[in-house]
Design a binder for this molecule. Structure first.
Ligand code: FAD
Ligand code: SF4
Ligand code: SF4
Length: 340
């Protein structure tokens, strides 16, 4: 077992601004001793004071071993894959971000009993405040489609609830690349304390990600104060070289990304993974026609879930993904963030 404690994580990751905020360390701490404060630009977790290892000398190291920022950072553009599709849900997914393919695959998996829970991020439709949740029903999942760009919530914090408290044995995790990297570290770890998590996670779906914004600074700060947009007036956010804010009344407000520099989470500035290269399936908008999702099927596990949704006529897939566009965006991210 590892002998590193949260003190090493604090020194190497929290205090150096390298934390992505994925929440893996918070989820796996067996003493529940790591927490995130609420508020503006909280960049990393903190300890509540007690640590099995640092306080009582009991070997643990779970937090350190799950952290995606302690090892080498991925620096591939597309990564390895088996198949690449432009995909769409065959049924109506009201708030879908792209083609609703992620919702379709997960809803099919829940309905078919291939998984019993999904760990993801939903949002309060009134305040747009995100939270990390465990979803077990496909109709609930359908209501929660769409991307949370003003994410900021430790996604994997709900993993403990799913694995330890509710004892789900077949879990799918949907997350941005840093969260998927944490799951990959957990799956590969020899640390006995991480094995229950590794065993319970059946599927990871990684969402392409260039950067994310701090909820307080973006929604309550920039959009409300400068653009006079109340959260409940916003129907959907989309980032396509600029932030597009689609309002409930059908109008759109465009915000240049340069104006949002101060809202970008600090840990995103060193991130070199656009396409979630460690996932079973990656999903994004770029590379496919508008209204479709680009799916990168990377593993035989991922292929099984996609094939099942296609077989049950819940998902349509077609070739014709423009890989050059994805590679260009991914290479630009690597170049920009490797310099720091
Ligand atoms: C922060 C962020 C940045 C992104 N940046 C890009 C980009 O630069 N280029 C690009 O091509 N694509 C990007 N995407 C991916 C894109 O927005 C869509 O999520 C993807 O195309 C899948 O669309 P869909 O219609 O199939 O998903 P849907 O069917 O709408 O399902 C989306 C699923 O993701 C979950 N989810 C939403 N937000 C989060 C979150 N923050 N963390 C974990 N789970 C979440 C939802 O609960 C839902 O289950 C980004 C996504 C996010 C969350
Ligand atoms: S990157 Fe994730 S696991 Fe690492 S310190 Fe930050 S929240 Fe914890
Ligand atoms: S840019 Fe990287 S660190 Fe930031 S949320 Fe996306 S995957 Fe995580």
């Amino acid at each position: 077992m590892a002998e590193k404690s949260y003190l090493d994580l604090k020194r190497e990751i929290w205090d150096t601004g390298r934390c992505s905020g994925c929440g893996a360390c918070v989820a796996v701490c067996p003493a529940d001793a790591l927490i995130f404060d609420e508020g503006e630009m909280v960049v990393s977790p903190k300890s509540t004071g007690y640590c099995k290892q640092a306080t009582d000398g009991v070997i643990c190291g779970a937090c350190y071993d799950s952290c995606p920022r302690t090892g080498n950072q991925p620096s591939e553009t597309l990564g390895e894959y088996l198949e690449l599709f432009a995909a769409k849900a065959t049924f109506d997914v009201p708030h879908r971000q792209s083609g609703g393919a992620v919702t379709s695959i997960l809803a099919n998996a829940l309905d078919e009993g291939l998984i019993d829970a999904v760990v993801t991020v939903n949002e309060d439709r009134w305040t747009l405040r995100p939270s990390s949740v465990v979803i077990t029903k496909s109709d609930v999942l359908l209501q929660q489609a769409g991307s949370r760009y003003s994410w900021w919530v430790p996604l994997l914090a709900a993993l403990k609830n799913a694995v330890v408290e509710r004892k789900f044995k077949r879990i799918a995790v949907v997350g941005v690349p840093c969260a998927v990297q944490a799951v990959s570290r957990i799956r590969a770890s020899e640390n006995d304390l991480l094995k229950p998590y590794a065993k319970a996670i059946r599927l990871t779906i990684g969402l392409f990600c260039t950067e994310t914004f701090d909820y307080t600074l973006l929604i309550q700060g920039k959009l409300r104060s400068h653009y006079h947009l109340e959260p409940h007036e916003i129907r959907k956010l989309d980032v396509k070289g600029k932030l597009e804010v689609l309002k409930q009344d059908g109008s759109t407000t465009i915000v240049p990304l340069a104006e949002l520099e101060t809202c970008v989470r600090k840990g995103c500035r060193i991130c070199t993974d656009l396409t979630a290269v460690c996932s079973d399936i990656s999903a994004g908008a770029i590379g496919s026609p508008s209204g479709s999702t680009t799916l990168i099927v990377r593993t035989s596990t991922g292929k099984g879930f996609v094939d099942s949704a296609v077989r049950n006529r819940k998902l349509e897939v077609s070739p014709g993904v423009e890989t050059a566009a994805i590679e260009k965006l991914a290479a630009a991210k690597i170049k920009k963030n490797s310099r720091k």
